[in-house]
Design a protein around this ligand. Structure first.
Ligand SMILES: NC(=O)c1ccc[n+]([C@@H]2O[C@H](COP(=O)([O-])OP(=O)(O)OC[C@H]3O[C@@H](n4cnc5c(N)ncnc54)[C@H](O)[C@@H]3O)[C@@H](O)[C@H]2O)c1
Ligand SMILES: [Zn+2]
Ligand SMILES: [Zn+2]
Length: 382
């Protein structure tokens, strides 16, 4: 099939719209016609190099990571199934989970699909079945990788059945797209990884597509105070519409505010959702957290970064927890349909998350708007 896609040829360069050819789906794969794709910050890490595989790893694999088609937050309709596919058929509406879930590996079979063994291929760019490509440059056949085993910056993609979750027929696919990454990651960061309990005080640092959903998740879990922290005024204005009770510009400001509203006890939970995770911010965010409290790092850091500043004294003697989280600790096969059901019943906001829509050709504008703090979420509609 001939189609087109937004391709990144190297770090620190714009997305280029290229004519591509798609092979038919092989064993266990499906072709999906995308309805929409969200513009998540994680694709920006491919641009900045934060998600660039180390050279020795690329050498070991025997193929380069770039060129790569971006996009890992999508939904659409199955248009062709390869041999052996059993969970979907042609015409089915599907969400594309950015983390594949095979259902059989130790993590999947113990209820932790977000840690599926196939996750090892997230930034490798190839098909999980055989580490080859179904996506090629039309003019010379060059193999092109796909972000998170998906490549949703294209009207069509070939993906493994492990990345595909069948949806009910009446779900609007543009909204379902957002649940493939940002909504579930943010909501789950609060509900599962932070394990927010009714009556708790929660701080969400960074109010983008992920943080705004961490706010929704904390509100759904019954938090008493939800403090949104973001330097951008638009984000602080939006936060209360999703359940934030307070908003401030910096973590330092939040420290004073949280001290005041908790009478010095501080927040039970803090969730880091800034554009890039930085080791230098951990000490100040951990200081927002009470004894016995927990700080969740959902933001992605530079793959090469290893330095973290924090008070180990505080960590030990105040029994604080610092934890990571992928896909908000959620199970894609359970939680994607679950969140979409909440949306249908008016208990989860999705329509309000989409600040601006773009054509595929305008993907670079979409990312500029994200960098400029103009979007809760930008969306490409096909
Ligand atoms: N762990 C996962 O499974 C997972 C999944 C998706 C995205 N992510 C990561 O989550 C992060 C957020 O993604 P997004 O799409 O919401 O990004 P975004 O760019 O939409 O939002 C980031 C927000 O952080 C704010 N910010 C930046 N520096 C800040 C600071 N020092 N203090 C407070 N706020 C600050 C920005 O103003 C912006 O509003 C990214 O690192 C992304 O890669 C992780
Ligand atoms: Zn994402
Ligand atoms: Zn698995």
């Amino acid at each position: 099939m001939d189609t087109r896609a937004a391709v990144l040829w190297k770090t620190h360069s714009p997305w280029e719209i290229e004519e591509i050819t798609l092979d038919p789906p092989k064993q266990g794969e499906v072709t999906v016609a995308l309805a929409a794709s969200g513009l998540c910050h994680s694709d920006e890490h491919l641009v900045t190099g934060d998600m660039q595989m180390p050279a020795d790893m690329q050498e070991l694999l025997g193929f380069p990571q770039y060129p790569i088609i971006g996009g890992h937050e999508g939904a659409g309709t199955v248009v062709e199934v390869g041999p052996g596919v059993t969970s979907v058929k042609e015409g089915d509406p599907v969400s594309l989970g950015f983390i594949p879930s095979c259902g059989r590996c130790p993590s999947c079979s113990s209820g932790r699909q977000n840690l599926c063994d196939l996750g090892q291929y997230l930034i490798v760019g190839k098909q999980v079945a055989d580490l080859t490509s179904r996506h090629h440059l039309a003019k010379d056949g060059t193999d092109i990788g796909i972000m998170c085993c998906l490549g949703t910056f294209a009207p069509y993609s070939v993906v493994n059945e492990a990345s595909v979750i069948k949806l009910e027929d009446d779900i609007p696919l543009d909204k379902a797209a957002l649940v493939g990454c940002g909504v579930t990651t943010g909501w789950g960061s609060a509900v599962y990884r932070a394990d927010v309990q009714p009556g708790e005080t929660v701080v969400v640092v960074g109010v983008g597509g992920i943080g705004i959903n961490a706010i929704q998740g904390a509100a759904a879990a019954g938090a008493r105070h939800i403090v949104a922290v973001d330097p951008v005024a638009f984000k602080r204005e939006q936060a209360p519409l999703f359940g934030a009770t307070h908003a401030c510009e910096t973590v330092e400001e939040a420290f004073a505010l949280v001290g005041e509203i908790t009478w010095g006890a501080m927040a039970e939970k803090a969730i880091i959702c800034t554009g890039v995770a930085e080791g230098s911010m951990i000490a100040s965010v951990l200081a927002l957290v009470s004894k016995g409290g927990r700080c969740v790092v959902t933001s992605v850091a530079d793959i090469k970064a290893t330095d973290v500043t924090l008070s180990l004294f505080e960590l030990t003697l105040m029994q604080k927890e610092l934890v990571g989280g992928i896909f908000g600790g959620a199970n894609p096969r359970k939680d994607i349909p679950r969140l979409l059901r909440l949306y249908k019943e008016g208990k989860l906001k999705l329509d309000e998350l989409i600040t601006s829509e773009y054509k595929l050709e305008d993907v670079n504008q979409g990312y500029q708007d994200m960098r400029d703090g103009k979007n809760l979420r930008g969306l490409i509609r096909y």
